[in-house]
Ligand binder design. Structure first.
Ligand SMILES: CC(C)(COP(=O)(O)OP(=O)(O)OC[C@H]1O[C@@H](n2cnc3c(N)ncnc32)[C@H](O)[C@@H]1OP(=O)(O)O)[C@@H](O)C(=O)NCCC(=O)NCCS
Length: 288
């Protein structure tokens, strides 16, 4: 493909130097560290657009979740060649690789028209909440009282609850997070009814996924995960437009920074309703 004066060819994203990918995401002001790219590459597949001397002009990735579902992310065209067809060219290739899986992605404003033209449909707004965690969050007496730590060996139970909320099993992601994230759980009558995770990402720490049967339970899990993070940069992405979780996040120093839109192709997003497992915090933009 020709973009302005550059002749570009697709190549497997696994084959390029992580520093080139890091430079690409920095160029569009994304916070990913090289280790975040490596984690994503270990979880999915993708392509890069390379010129004749191996410079990276674009990227696009997909992440299988079981046999019939995938998420799409890390879709970037370097600014100097944007709006010349590169994004569409990479997405066409990616969609071919995804086959007939149902697809979920979180779209920035810049990418929205592209995805809609490829058959994706709007499902929800994602609220990216972030900031320096305030000591207030951890000092509300009793808020995180019932929350327990879950060891990596307990990931099986977490995975089952996650699948009920997400609408598909995410075994690869769960196995990865079992090794890299702190996990907290909430139990009622011996049954796991909620879980939350936190891990290093970008400028600091990300809290997600958070799965619960109510906003109140989600608040307890997030409060437990904020313990020890006072003064640190923390991010949580949620589809809750308002309510007790958003109020709590705001008070804990995690203010609305930006929004994206969740789009799907092939099936709607499972609803988040009280009384059944729902996604209150995203794993990551690329992983939903
Ligand atoms: C979104 C992005 C990948 C699009 O890449 P691109 O190479 O510019 O895309 P294309 O040239 O193939 O354009 C695809 C469509 O998007 C439209 N588009 C491109 N840039 C746009 C922008 N900044 N705002 C609105 N629409 C835009 C184009 O007009 C085109 O629509 P059309 O075919 O109906 O005319 C690129 O702008 C980018 O990397 N942005 C920063 C990172 C980002 O937001 N990534 C998306 C993550 S979900």
């Amino acid at each position: 493909m020709r973009l302005k004066s550059f002749e570009l060819a697709p190549q497997d994203i696994a084959s390029v130097d992580v520093d080139a990918l890091h430079a690409l995401s920095l160029g569009v002001e994304w916070p990913h560290r090289p280790s975040d790219w490596d984690a994503l590459r270990s979880l999915g597949h993708g392509i890069v657009a390379l010129d004749a001397i191996g410079r990276v002009f674009g990227s696009a990735m997909w992440f299988p979740h079981g046999e019939d579902c995938a998420t799409i992310g890390m879709v970037i065209t370097t600014p100097r060649v944007q709006a010349h067809g590169g994004g569409r060219w990479m997405m066409d290739r990616l969609l071919e690789e995804c086959g007939d899986r149902r697809l979920i992605l979180n779209s920035t404003r810049a990418a929205y028209r592209l995805y809609v033209s490829l058959g994706f449909e709007l499902q929800a707004t994602v609220y990216q909440c972030q900031g320096y965690a305030t000591p207030w969050a951890a000092s509300v007496p009793g808020l995180a009282e019932d929350v327990e730590a879950i060891a990596p060996a307990g990931i099986g139970e977490v995975e089952a609850l996650d699948a009920a909320a997400f609408g598909a099993a995410r075994p690869r992601l769960m196995a990865h997070l079992a090794e890299t994230a702190e996990i907290r759980g909430l139990r009622r009558d011996g049954r796991l009814v909620g879980y939350g995770m936190r891990r290093a990402f970008g400028r600091g720490c990300v809290i997600g996924p958070v799965v619960a049967e109510s906003e109140e339970d989600a608040v307890k899990l997030v409060a437990a995960l904020l313990v020890g993070l006072d003064g640190q940069f923390v991010r949580l992405d949620t589809r809750q437009p308002s309510g007790v979780l958003r109020t709590f996040l705001e008070a804990a120093g995690l203010r609305l920074f930006d929004t994206t839109k969740t789009l799907t192709r092939g099936a709607p997003l499972p609803p988040v309703e009280p009384g059944r497992p729902g996604i209150y915090g995203l794993a990551a933009h690329a992983l939903s």
